[in-house]
Design a protein. Structure first.
Length: 413
């Protein structure tokens, strides 16, 4: 993998840049969950000769858009600027990694913002439900919490912890992707700088074995119940990931998807229903979710369980497969309309060790996939369901009993 990659768009007036490092929240130690995301925020609060105020003024005076965030696997700096400002702005994002200030006052400000964000998230029933689902899938392993972390953990993180962690920022595994028409000398200068960075050993921890518990709940005094059924699946480089993506599209993407048509349109059981597949380096979670009225929660759970059994017991029809293929092709085309989207895609693929044309290879495979292959993938990865519920305590009690009965019946078969 080269340190600098170019998606050349001759004459493009806008330049998009992405720096990606293998420094996601999976590296957060227990007791310091949220450390990488806190560091990401602090990187935009001063570097090199710029204090926090001068840094913000410099970015704004160039009309640039800049963000820095940590996901589970990767830390990403994303820049969009005018081409004529590239010689000023691109070196700035390298300086963010080479000489971050990590000023204690700015760390405290960023910490307070993250704690405020956590408080807002705790008001969202879907977020509460998802927070309970993650430990069911990953125990207390590296994927078990949101990158923003926990309130008490954030309070535990000191300036010295971020300073120590920041030493990994200038690692040889860093990748810079430029999309647009940057000056040739800028590309060469960036390549020379990145090649001087250190060969810092970074090893991501292995996910924990799946825990025995498969049910969790959180009480929320609302007029609705949120149900999330989750499965621990495969990494993005696994050949089954394409099959699972097709199943996700078939089951839960758009108004034509299976869950929307059956659970919402035909039976009127849900306000909202869908399926998410969050691709990761390993053990990507697939989450089926719905929200419904308290009085129809058990009926909605039955419907969700019935669709689960359908997908692992019988192949979908050829017509359903072709619809999923067409939708996935359309989604793929929409996801690479802009230079920024293409830079995001290329940076992610290369960082995961996949070829630059990985998506094109997958698209060519789509027309040769058969329903039996999707069934086989579902039987391999969707056998163990985990249920998380958010709603009133009375509904949770009834749903837990319902879930336990369903599990007994399933094991009896």
């Amino acid at each position: 993998m080269k340190s600098v990659e170019l998606i050349h768009q001759p004459g493009a007036p806008i330049l998009s840049a992405r720096i990606v490092l293998p420094l996601g929240s999976i590296l957060d130690p227990i007791g310091m969950k949220g450390r990488q995301q806190l560091l990401a925020g602090v990187l935009t609060r001063g570097c090199a000769e710029f204090n926090a105020e001068k840094f913000a003024s410099f970015v704004e005076s160039h009309g640039a858009n800049l963000r820095c965030e940590a996901g589970e696997d990767l830390l990403v700096i994303a820049l969009k600027c005018n081409r004529i400002d590239a010689n000023s702005m691109v070196p700035l994002i390298l300086a963010m990694l080479e000489s971050p200030h990590c000023n204690e006052e700015q760390i405290n400000l960023e910490r307070d913002l993250n704690i405020q964000m956590l408080k807002r998230l705790q008001e969202d029933p879907f977020q509460l439900c998802h927070d309970k689902l993650k430990p069911l899938l990953f125990d207390d392993g590296p994927y078990s919490s949101d990158p923003i972390g926990f309130k008490q953990d954030l309070k535990n993180i000191k300036q010295k912890n971020l300073l120590e962690t920041s030493k990994q920022l200038t690692c040889r595994k860093a990748l810079l992707v430029l999309a647009g028409d940057p000056p040739a000398e800028l590309i060469e200068n960036c390549r020379e700088r990145l090649n001087l960075w250190n060969n810092v050993p970074i090893s991501a921890p292995e996910p924990n074995p799946e825990p025995a518990l498969n049910f969790a709940s959180v009480v929320c005094n609302t007029e609705q119940v949120v149900l999330m059924m989750g499965f621990r699946t495969v990494g993005i480089d696994n050949t089954d990931s394409l099959m699972l993506r097709l199943l996700q599209v078939h089951l839960g993407v758009g108004m034509s998807c299976r869950l929307f048509q059956v659970i919402r349109e035909e039976r009127g059981l849900a306000y909202d229903v869908g399926v998410e597949l969050m691709m990761r380096r390993s053990n990507s979670p697939m989450v089926w979710h719905l929200s419904c009225a308290v009085g129809r929660a058990c009926e909605a759970l039955d419907a969700l369980l019935a669709e689960w059994q359908n997908i692992i017991q019988a192949p979908i029809s050829e017509a359903e497969l072709q619809l999923a293929v067409a939708k996935l092709k359309g989604m793929e085309a929409l996801s690479r309309e802009t230079g920024g989207q293409r830079a995001d895609r290329l940076a992610m693929l290369l960082s995961y060790g996949l070829p630059a044309d990985h998506n094109e290879i997958c698209l060519k495979k789509l027309d040769r996939i058969e329903p039996a292959q999707l069934l086989a993938a579902a039987q391999r990865w969707l056998q163990k369901a985990n249920l998380s519920i958010c709603g009133p305590s009375s509904a949770i009690k009834e749903l837990k009993q319902h879930w336990q009965r369903a599990q007994l019946e399933s094991s009896g078969n």
